[in-house]
Design a protein around this ligand. Sequence first.
Ligand code: ADP
Ligand code: MG
Length: 692
Amino acid sequence: MALLFLPHTLDASVSKLPDVGPAFEKRLGKLGIATIRDLLLTLPFGWETYGGPSAIASLTPGVQATVVGRIVKIFIKTTTRKKMRLTEAMIEDDSGERLRVAWFNNPYVVKNLNQGDRVAIAGMVKAGYGGVPEMQSPHYERLDGDPDAQPSRVGGLMPKYHLVNGLTNRKVAQWVESALPLAGQVEDVLPDEVRARHKLMDVGDAIRLGHKPETDEDFRGAKKRMAFAELFELQAAFAMMRAQMAAEPATPIPYQQAVIDAFKVGLGFELTRAQKKATWDAFQDMARPVPMNRLLNGDVGSGKTAVAAACVAMAHASGLQSVVMAPTEILARQHLRKFRGYLEESFPGLTVELLVSSQSAPERRRVRMAAASGHCALLVGTHALIEDDVELANLGLAVVDEQHRFGTRQRELLRAKGSGRPHFLAMTATPIPRTLALALYGEMTTSVIDEMPPGRTPVQTEVVAPDDRQHAYSLVRAEVAAGHQAFVICPLIDDSEAVVARSATAEFERLKKDIFPDLRLDLIHGRLKDKEQVMQRFVGGEIQVLVATAVVEVGVDVPNATVMMIEGADRFGLAQLHQFRGRVGRGTAPSRCLVLTDDPSEKSIGRLELLTRISDGFKLAQEDMNIRGMGELMGPRQHGMSDTAMEALLQPELLSEVRQEAERILESDPGFAHHALLKSTVARRLEMTSIS
Ligand code: ADP
Ligand code: MG
């Protein structure tokens, strides 16, 4: 393809490329592609393979193929019946056989192709009129000049890029093509020694071969290199963060046996093996003069709160205060009750206070005073903790529950509530495989609670066929009649909150009118202002059936809720479905989870049936990852990693190699003084996650 205009800098906007106007610029922007460098670094995720060129005589109807030949005629006609504009062409290959080709409503084809052009055509073969084979709306490429030219993309390989509405693979491939001459200028973030050790190609080759491979090997090699480099940047940033934090002093909290003895007495149950291990990990961290930075990863109901409470008790014994931040007021209040229950009896001086925005101004003032004076040992709250003018006299431990619900900045603000650096404990109830945890939260060390407290009856899970919905409704009705409560989760139809809210509202109206007119129903979704009140009324038993969107995901305890009915379950990841299921089965009564799908294919049902067999969140997450890929596990773009990098995580060895390399470089060159590009890239990453 002719180069119309070649911008000189990789940092130029994509709008500098031939025919990228504002509309295309915006669409590319949605894919995270702003500059020419971004475009080059975004490799296709796969290829449409049609195989190498075939002779027209050998084409088989119903099979995809590529044909190379000359256009003997091309014209536009308007179909009489549907008034469609049809571009028709006749292609003749070297042996003189002919193929008829049609494109519907695509007048551009005629602008791009002329009679006499040598072209490659790729698509599905159909048996055509009069024995002449046909292709409808095939991919095409003009093979300019050289009469022997072979197709570069259409032939064996047509790249598949991630797209948004209004973009086509063909367009992106063209833009990439015109930017490719700049590939050699892209700086390599991987030090030569690292590339050599792992036999990785350099970045220029990876870009060229990644977009236009000649063999599968090329493509795999290019992708591996790109993934390695991206993970390397991330891990180098994490290694830097860890080093920075290790250089900051924290007040050590020495382990005291008497504290844990008293704690156990007040607890009223025996800690599980996994809880003990996690507690022990944390105690060891806190005893050091550098800040603990630990992630507590345990399934819903695995008892993370008790581990945090043990840490709070230990801090208190050293005369240090703690804060615990939760994403919602209901959760904060729930924590207040739990921490008080676990601690106040055994540790008489250990006062627990609550700070949320719905409190009266005088009450908040009182709590702030208690915190600032050092009188309150544990302050539990919501965002109000960081928004309000809160200070703690001697903060020793900061805990964040459901940490993925907070941004790095918010977590940092919480850690800055005292005078020095507190020890830090993050908790998450999204069970993620270890590799993913390392890739995403590599600056923290992880403790996994992979065991449930004894005596739980697993939630009985059932996949319900779409035409069996009545069966699900009658189960809901029966439970409500027995005095219990139910959730109905609406399908995830769109990424837009507004659309989700609208459809949940419609479903709520329908259930209220047609299915459960005699029951007390209510609705909760992300757009609702008084979510907390609705949740509170559900907790209080006023609402019998709560129709909800994914907002109920986070850990509220409603022991009386015994049915979780999930509509459109095929749209959710297994890990997320498992989270929903975790909302029930929190009391003593047996509970059920009813999973409904609109996609009755074997594959979809098979995936959902894993829920009926597996109750361990980590195992489910692993299964989901194997089935749907890493990226899906986290939801769209939540992870800020490219798909190529995500996919590479499926081989855990790669990540551990990357980590080793990142640490090795940082050790030999602290601060990356001799790795200028890595240094600036890492600085940019750290800024993105706003560490300071
Ligand atoms: P999560 O990990 O979801 O935050 P919680 O800390 O809220 O879980 O614990 C869930 C429930 O299990 C609580 O009622 C808690 O008191 C109880 N629990 C926690 N650990 C144990 C244990 N070792 N034995 C019995 N019950 C426990
Ligand atoms: Mg919890």
